[in-house]
Design a protein around this ligand. Sequence first.
Ligand code: HMG
Ligand code: MG
Length: 296
Amino acid sequence: ILPEEVTLIEVGPRDGLQNESKHVQEKDKIAFIHALQEAGITEMELTSFVSPKWVPQMADAAHIVKKTKKVGKQIVLAPNEKGANLALEAGARSIAVFVGVSNSFNKNNINRTTDESIEALKPVILKLKEQGIYVRACISTAFYCPFEGKINPDSVVELCLRFIEMGIDELSVADTVGRANPRESFELFKKLIDELPNVLLTAHFHDTRKMALANIFAAMQAGIDRFDSSAGGLGGCPFSPGATGNVATEDVAHMMDSLNIHTGISVKKVCEAVAVIAPHVSHPIDTGMYRLFLNA
Ligand code: HMG
Ligand code: MG
């Protein structure tokens, strides 16, 4: 049984651009975000409040939040208390924290073990919840770790439960390296739906091995109806060697259209948004629907 409707959470301006080697100007990021809003995107990761030494591309985070139109749920990432405070100062009302199931990945990404990260994030999350902030927790390396290999699904459940206890609103569970297959996708998401108390669950697939659409379909069969995606298939985590972009929003939206599943998103307008950012990234964009759009 498939859902009648799914929500796509756009992560292009954040996950997409964070890995871009060429500096993208603030005005071009803002034009990209506005074009995505025009396409019907209602939930979007705009930017991240991380160390500019680690991720120089996101150094303009406060400006991005302040200068973009407030449409739907606008999420920003924060790895720690400092990031969360800067995000609040800029006016953010939805904040995503991120932790890897795998210790080695977490160390590489935020310079802490998974336990250290959780302990440090706990008071931050409690404070955010007291202030009525929407908190999303991104669970990285939920299937495979670039350093440790296959991840035990029980550890994913355990980590998710720790966040749920802190009162988070949403979990975004990620195949960071793009190595999961549809069977693994179905089984992990089925397990999470069965074993976690009621929580908003989102699936986040990278398309490194071109399995993301199949993984989304399998997760949908398990009962998931929220997916992160990135216009133009941009991106990848700079601290996950070999990981490429997220699954492309235009390709996911098209798959849903063809399945008669409502998204509220215009594929053509997403492609127009991709055309806005394409000249400013250092590699060609070659997703299925964008290629058709260019040739139309
Ligand atoms: P650290 O060096 O251990 O930090 O990095 P620290 O606490 O020791 O502080 C060092 C300096 O950084 C200090 O400044 C701090 O003030 C500053 P100094 O005294 O040297 O001038 N600092 C900050 N500045 C701005 N914003 C902050 C901040 N925090 C400290 N928030 C840290 C630790 C977490 C900061 C660093 O490792 C970092 O920024 N990492 C970010 C990594 C990142 O952005 N990864 C990509 C996002 S996650 C992802 O893509 C996965 C996801 O898509 C899901 C999936 O696919 O798996 C979500
Ligand atoms: Mg990601």
